[in-house]
Design a protein around this ligand. Structure first.
Ligand SMILES: *[C@@H]1O[C@H](CO)[C@@H](O)[C@H](O)[C@H]1NC(C)=O
Ligand SMILES: *[C@@H]1O[C@H](CO)[C@@H](O)[C@H](O)[C@H]1NC(C)=O
Ligand SMILES: *[C@@H]1O[C@H](CO)[C@@H](O)[C@H](O)[C@H]1NC(C)=O
Length: 359
């Protein structure tokens, strides 16, 4: 327990060098949505009639780490990157909380290049509100919290001296990309997001698990001391190896250990509802980029990411109203683009898209 507390503490204390200011923030959001009564519904209720839905109406406190360049920002100060982690991760995916792994901080990398960011914890995860009932933590709930948050950031000052942002760019990893896709489907032309950069997610990633298993156990069985009181629908992923390239020379074994040590929870619904990324975002009119790692053992298995043109065409069809759609495959990266030795290439790609989408 103490170690976990230290990891969190470190987070507040680490300075990214003189050029970046970071602050922890809690932002309350009001979520009022319909979720499927069956949390294993792969389409998260988007294809259901009202009799198979129920309402979730609640206020959640969303935790995040806000970072901004200290000196006069070189880039447009009105643009904010909203960073959304994947399942069993937290905001720390975007900035591992120890000195040794500072080179793996996208937050620091982008801040050094004049970009502000807010890396949040999903509803139910990390320091954000954790509903007692895991079946309240579904795509509609968590995605709505992101949309509400983005609206909030465009209308209300986040901290003294930080005016509301002109544009929010949503950057997701894995199911974080799925969540942003869900907001695009539901919000359409009313989306608060100017653009999306969706990493490590494709529309056809195969069937997702719908129940806890030895690989994805209930969190309370995995770590009773930390999670013993949680409802069994909260799950975790003890083994992280599939998130790294198969080539063990492509990543630091210490990073994999740190990753396992800092893992968090997800829910059965958040595992199961990945079918939403195969649906068409009919009316979303902003810009969209997808970024994949060719060595992603999960999303790009069976050489699925080899023919980039074909993949780009297939994925682009799902964004018919988008102002632009681009897809990039990074040659050596694994599923966790940020955590292997090729992270700098991934970071340059993300910053390149943010700058392009900010113009
Ligand atoms: C609503 O969906 C449920 C579950 O798919 C189905 O059993 C039921 O017949 C549907 N009801 C209507 C009115 O379509
Ligand atoms: C981080 O990156 C810098 C610049 O590439 C390099 O000089 C330094 O050795 C790296 N540090 C670690 C701990 O990998
Ligand atoms: C969670 O909420 C659902 C829907 O209201 C309910 O069916 C289920 O019994 C609840 N589970 C627990 C553990 O309270």
């Amino acid at each position: 327990m103490l170690l976990f507390a230290l990891v969190i503490l470190f987070h507040f204390c680490i300075a990214f060098g003189a050029s970046c200011n970071c602050s922890p923030v809690f932002i309350p959001v009001h979520v009022d949505v319909f979720v499927p009564k069956d949390p294993t519904d792969v389409f998260a209720g988007l294809k259901s009639n009202s009799s198979s839905l129920r309402r979730v109406d609640d206020i959640y406190n969303i935790y995040g780490v806000f970072c901004q360049p200290e000196s006069m920002p070189t880039r447009d100060p009105g643009v904010l990157q909203l960073l959304v982690h994947g399942i069993t991760y937290t905001n720390q995916y975007w900035s591992p909380s120890v000195e040794e792994f500072q080179n793996y901080s996208y937050t620091a990398f982008s801040c050094d290049r004049g970009l502000s960011s807010l890396a949040i914890d999903w509803v139910g995860v990390g320091l954000s509100t954790r509903p007692a009932n895991s079946s309240d933590v579904q795509y509609p709930t968590v995605a709505s919290a992101l949309s509400q948050l983005a609206h909030h950031l465009k209308t209300v000052s986040l901290l003294p001296g930080v005016p509301p942002f002109r544009a929010i760019i949503g950057i997701g990893h894995s199911s974080g990309s799925g969540l942003l896709t869900f907001t695009a489907i539901v919000d359409g032309t009313r989306s608060p997001f100017a653009a999306f950069i969706l990493t490590s997610a494709l529309s056809d990633s195969g069937a997702a698990p719908t129940a806890p298993s030895p690989l994805i156990p209930s969190a309370r069985d995995d770590t009773p001391l930390r999670w013993g009181a949680l409802d069994p629908g909260y799950i975790t992923a003890p083994s992280r190896s599939i998130f790294y390239p198969a080539d063990s020379a492509a990543f630091s074994p210490r990073m994999q250990l740190f990753d396992a040590f800092t893992r968090d929870v997800g829910t059965v619904a958040m595992l199961a509802q990945t079918g939403v990324v195969s649906l068409v975002a009919q009316n979303y009119a902003g810009r969209v980029a997808k970024v994949l790692g060719a060595a992603d053992q999960f999303i790009c298995a069976d050489d699925r990411c080899e023919d980039v043109a074909a993949l780009s065409a297939a994925e682009g069809v799902l964004w018919p109203a988008a102002k632009s759609f681009e897809l990039v495959v990074l040659q050596n990266s694994g599923h966790d683009l940020n955590l292997d030795f090729f992270a700098p290439a991934a970071f340059r790609t993300l910053v390149g898209f943010v700058n392009k989408f900010s113009r």
